[in-house]
Design a binder for this molecule. Structure first.
Ligand SMILES: NC(=O)C1=CN([C@@H]2O[C@H](COP(=O)(O)OP(=O)(O)OC[C@H]3O[C@@H](n4cnc5c(N)ncnc54)[C@H](OP(=O)(O)O)[C@@H]3O)[C@@H](O)[C@H]2O)C=CC1
Ligand SMILES: CC(=O)C(=O)O
Ligand SMILES: [Mg+2]
Length: 542
């Protein structure tokens, strides 16, 4: 994997021999085309010499502006928008216009821009995707492409793909079936792979598989961009997915990581079970979420004491996220104690809408993975606070409107005693003269570094021990200073350093398990991971 500074004019984006012969032609852009090529465009940052060398004279106003000044101007402009969706659209426009500047903004202003390109705003963007649609992003594979999926993959302008994020749009965040408009999610997740994990953008491929939608609003929406039919199911669905997975391996080899994202429960587990044996696959909602929540728990226990086995866990929601987390907690507990996993599972309870507080036991940890907002009512939080000095309460459902409770509710109803984290971000809360900073327990902490670790080691399969390694690596990154401020997750401002550590631990585990194909094993995996990370600074095109 090439780093951001490696290579000459077009570096790692240079066409390979294979690319030059099929099925489209690759040309080094110059002049007007260069300004319209988001991967290489630098806008007013082109120097005098570059303007001469690349036929840009007259196509730009005379001023030469640094990338830093461009960033300042764009951040000023973004902050003038008061509507989050306007900021999202502005960021997508930038990504389409000047990719390096997009990533520079995202990396340098990660805490401010994560809620724009990711949850919660990406949820609204997916709901309105048809109306705000301007230019295609990612690759669309629909039922119409049956029998031709390999050809469709070959239409994508990049050959050397390392990470695919694929959705069929049936469970977008907690917003349900958004069909083809779920594309915002793979696009957003992959922008985090690059910004947070340093996987170069040209190696990332967002894909939406359109098998129809059962969302009546979208079916009746004249601006809907997908197939206007109800979802294909059963054999028809599985045949399309099988063709897709086969084509991925055929086109990109066995070392491309395919991340399943926001599939509905009834397909997610089956797809993971089926393809984890033959492909390098990872389900972010089941496995990435599990890894981040386990990290949060390991860190929380440093604050409130006890071991994983000392606690009792109650989940509201027994789906992908809930059961994925529950199983990883039991696995880690079993490894820590040598207690058989079957017995560890007895410490973990999963319930649905049928009841919570009337249950005949007293959980110390309450985790919301229901997708339904405001289900942790005042009574629920007060009950948790009545039998725990420091109740752990995680409201993981996204976007913000679907969070089981708000940060303010968690802190005020527990008189400031809750150790709280949520899937979507909440602002700090003032309660009785003290400031409480909620953590964001979102798989975005894990998948970018996890994916980087898989890529740099050339891992050929994902193993649960790699998820545990990622959890421990993330928990280790919570500093004493973070703990002192009440944080159980480190700030996203340090995420690239954190991702390098996660990547190193994941890669190390892949090597230890004999799953890594990239040899020899680097001596210092953290340094190696850092050296592989894409950086968004402009290159000199001379
Ligand atoms: N923070 C993070 O990083 C992540 C957060 N999530 C969020 O978690 C939520 C759930 O996702 P996922 O697990 O994939 O979804 P699933 O559909 O797989 O699971 C949802 C679960 O919640 C249960 N449920 C539904 N309604 C209620 C209710 N009113 N009261 C109690 N339980 C209910 C469902 O039960 P039944 O089957 O009976 O309907 C099911 O067990 C989403 O909002 C998603 O955004 C997901 C992944 C990562
Ligand atoms: C965060 C995430 O993956 C989800 O809410 O689905
Ligand atoms: Mg998801």
């Amino acid at each position: 994997m090439a780093g951001g500074g490696v290579g000459d004019v077009y570096g790692e984006d240079r066409a390979t021999e294979e690319q030059l012969i099929t099925p489209w032609s690759f040309s080094v852009a110059s002049g007007y085309a260069l300004l319209r090529d988001p991967r290489h465009n630098k806008g007013l940052a082109f120097s005098e010499a570059e303007r001469d060398a690349h036929y840009l004279r007259g196509l730009l106003p005379p001023s030469i502006v640094s990338q830093e000044l461009q960033e300042k101007k764009l951040m000023d402009n973004l902050r003038r928008y008061t509507v989050p969706l306007q900021r999202y659209i502005a960021m997508m426009d930038l990504q389409e216009r000047n990719e390096r500047l997009f990533y520079k903004l995202l990396i340098d202003n990660v805490e401010e821009l994560l809620p724009v390109v990711y949850t919660p705003t990406v949820g609204e963007a997916c709901q309105k995707y048809g109306s705000i649609y301007r230019r295609p992003q990612g690759l669309y594979i629909s039922l119409k492409d049956k029998g031709k999926i390999l050809e469709v993959l070959k239409n994508w302008p990049e050959r050397s793909i390392q990470v695919i994020v694929v959705t069929d749009g049936e469970r977008i965040l907690g917003l349900g079936d958004l069909g083809c408009q779920g594309m915002g999610i793979p696009v957003g997740k992959l922008s985090l792979y690059t910004a947070l994990g340093g996987v170069r953008p040209s190696a990332c491929l967002p894909i939406t598989i359109d098998v129809g939608t059962n969302n009546e609003t979208l079916l009746n929406d004249e601006f809907y961009i997908g197939l206007k039919q109800r979802r294909a199911t059963g054999e028809e669905y599985h045949e399309l997915l099988e063709e897709f997975m086969t084509a991925v391996k055929q086109n990109y080899g066995e070392k491309v990581l395919t991340q399943f994202e926001d599939f509905a429960n009834h397909n997610a587990f089956d797809l993971l079970a089926k393809y984890s044996k033959s492909h390098l696959v990872f389900n972010d909602d089941i496995q990435g979420t599990a890894s981040v929540v386990l990290a949060g728990l390991i860190a929380a226990l440093k604050v409130i004491g006890g071991t994983l086995a000392d606690h009792t866990y109650l989940f509201l929601g027994a789906g992908e996220a809930g059961t994925g987390i529950a199983e990883l907690i039991a696995l880690e507990m079993s490894k820590q104690t040598d207690i058989p996993i079957e017995d560890c599972r007895k410490k973990v309870w999963l319930v649905d809408s049928k009841g919570l507080i009337e249950d005949p036991f007293k959980p110390t940890v309450l985790i919301g993975t229901s997708g339904v907002g405001r289900t942790f009512t005042k009574e629920v939080v007060e009950a948790m606070a009545s039998f725990n000095e420091r109740p752990i309460i995680f409201s993981l459902s996204n976007p913000t409107s679907h969070s089981e409770c708000t940060a303010e509710e968690a802190y005020t109803w527990s008189q400031g005693r809750a150790v709280f984290a949520s899937g979507s971000p909440f602002d700090p809360v003032e309660y009785e003269g003290k400031t409480y900073v909620p953590g964001q327990s979102n798989n975005a902490y894990i998948f970018p570094g996890f994916g980087l670790g898989v890529v740099i080691s050339g891992a050929i399969r994902v193993h649960d021990d790699m998820l545990l390694a990622a959890s421990r690596a993330l928990a280790e990154q919570v500093s004493e200073d973070n703990f002192a401020r009440g944080l159980i997750f480190p700030p996203f401002t340090n995420i690239r350093k954190i991702s390098a550590h996660i990547a190193a631990k994941v890669a190390a585990k892949a090597y230890d398990l004999g799953l890594a194909s990239r040899l020899p094993r680097p001596d210092d995996l953290v340094t190696y991971a850092e050296s592989c990370m894409y950086t968004p600074a402009y290159r000199s095109y001379r």
